[in-house]
Design a binder for this molecule. Structure first.
Ligand SMILES: NC(=O)c1ccc[n+]([C@@H]2O[C@H](COP(=O)([O-])OP(=O)(O)OC[C@H]3O[C@@H](n4cnc5c(N)ncnc54)[C@H](O)[C@@H]3O)[C@@H](O)[C@H]2O)c1
Length: 331
């Protein structure tokens, strides 16, 4: 039996593929390489194309005797989703519909789906659990919620087993070559500023939190990958059939704390030019979004292993691997 990993050439996907292969799982990747890169996947078979192509998807499933799918491929930029909502519905919702159609036609038994904390929108609770009402505040979050609902409906009709994994703020790298190459999340955004010898930005310092900056739940990408391995094997064994679970550490870290950790790790803690500059709040940024990660621990025995320092250090090693001149950033 093999697993098809869509989006396996991307940041999270390559970590998932590596982790699944390390436990002996046979994996084939389907990726249109719109943001992915096959150099992350030495020795892995990659079918190049879109999940929107029904013939290609069906052929990939049948040719590799695929019993399970990890569906990671998606567009993920919140601001872009606000500007181009229909593109996000096409890629994330229609892409999943095409995949589910092919999966049910070829007898795929299990599906792990990359969902997101964005399904909750701006939750007004201390810890977000899976029963917290879903109220996405942008098209990206809506596409993930629609995806979860579509999967549950198909599962009810066909017996497909599924796990919707709602990732919180993903950071870090399992190895330098697999590091995130985009700069749309806090850690790479701060790296990008420091790499240019510019002050990092903190958006808003007047939130109702201990240090006035937003609080988030950062989770190491290696932990995200291990959650997929755990979920995929539980689905394959039939130990779980319909799971929707948060993937986080259950611990809040403020943006200010994160920036100070980054400065420490990069050796820029004492440098005046690396002092963060406070900019106005960004629209739609909730003060606090922290997971309760108890459901997945209770149901599958999974919990995050890595801390914030590990995330920042491993991510920075990825940046230095790409640009060795960054080693001298503090000099
Ligand atoms: N990075 C995060 O913090 C985060 C948080 C929550 C959820 N997620 C979800 O995790 C998934 C992966 O995110 P990432 O950070 O690795 O992003 P990424 O852009 O690095 O990876 C996405 C991958 O999917 C591929 N892809 C995109 N559209 C495709 C299509 N139509 N057909 C085939 N392949 C396609 C891309 O080429 C890329 O390899 C996404 O579903 C995203 O919504 C990410």
């Amino acid at each position: 039996m093999s697993w098809l990993v869509t989006g396996g050439a991307g940041y999270i996907g390559a970590h998932v593929v590596t982790a699944m292969r390390s436990v002996g799982q046979d994996v084939v990747v389907l990726d249109d390489l719109s943001t992915g890169d096959t150099s992350r996947l030495p020795g892995v078979e990659v079918v190049v194309g879109s999940v929107l192509d029904p013939g290609l998807v069906r052929q990939a499933l049948a040719a590799h005797d695929v019993q399970g799918i990890v569906h990671i491929a998606a567009k993920k930029q919140v601001a872009e989703s606000v500007e181009r909502p229909l593109y996000y519905y096409e890629q994330n919702v229609e892409g999943l519909r095409v995949l589910l159609d092919a999966a049910t036609a070829t007898g795929v038994e299990s599906l792990v789906f990359s969902s997101s904390a964005a399904v909750y929108g701006s939750p007004d609770v201390d810890l977000v659990d899976e029963d917290t009402p879903c109220a996405p505040v942008n098209p990206y979050g809506t596409t993930k919620l629609v995806g979860e609902r579509m999967i549950a409906d198909v599962a009810a009709a066909t017996g497909l087993r599924y796990a919707n994994l709602r990732y919180f703020n993903v950071a870090g790298a399992g190895s330098p070559e697999l590091a995130d190459r985009g700069a749309s999340n806090l850690v790479p955004m701060v790296f990008e500023r420091l790499a240019r010898r510019e002050r990092p930005h903190i958006f808003g310092s007047d939130y109702d939190t201990a240090d006035g900056t937003c609080i988030r739940d950062f989770v190491h990408v290696a932990d995200i990958a291990s959650a997929h391995v755990t979920a995929a094997s539980a689905l394959a064994e039939g130990a779980t059939t319909a799971l929707t679970a948060n993937i986080g550490r259950g611990e809040g870290v403020s943006v200010q704390e994160m920036v100070q950790t980054i400065r420490r790790v990069t050796g820029t803690a004492d440098l005046a030019w690396a002092e963060p500059a406070v900019s106005p709040r960004r629209a739609g940024d909730p003060a606090r979004v922290v997971a309760s990660a108890q459901r997945i621990e209770r149901e599958l025995g999974w919990r995050a292993q890595w801390g914030v320092e590990d995330m920042v250090r491993s991510a920075w090693e990825g940046w230095v691997h790409r640009d060795p001149s960054l080693r001298g950033i503090a000099s």
